[in-house]
Ligand binder design. Sequence first.
Ligand SMILES: [Zn+2]
Length: 112
Amino acid sequence: MASANAIMQTDETLLCCSCQKSFLFSVHEKQIHFQKGYQNKPKRCPACRKKRMNGEDSIADSMTDRDLLLEMGKVVGEMRIFVEKEIRSLSTDVQELQRIVQAQSKSGKEPS
Ligand SMILES: [Zn+2]
């Protein structure tokens, strides 16, 4: 309880996820913020929040989305390379098996 109160009574410096600048999350702002029912600390500085409300921050936001997609694409690409390698080794196994089966069926069909 005491630690929660301590957090509530201390000014904090947070990093804006939009412009990467640090901003003050003051005790006064905290009180308003948590009174509004927000559970988490604000992600954006007041300027970016204002911009975002006005819809001016859409470019910066799509940039972070794009970065996220690029990151995901990288992972998917790595997974694809791995899967393709597996499929290749699997298909060689299958080809080898087919050759064995064909050879066996051929020898089986041959009149003795
Ligand atoms: Zn900002």
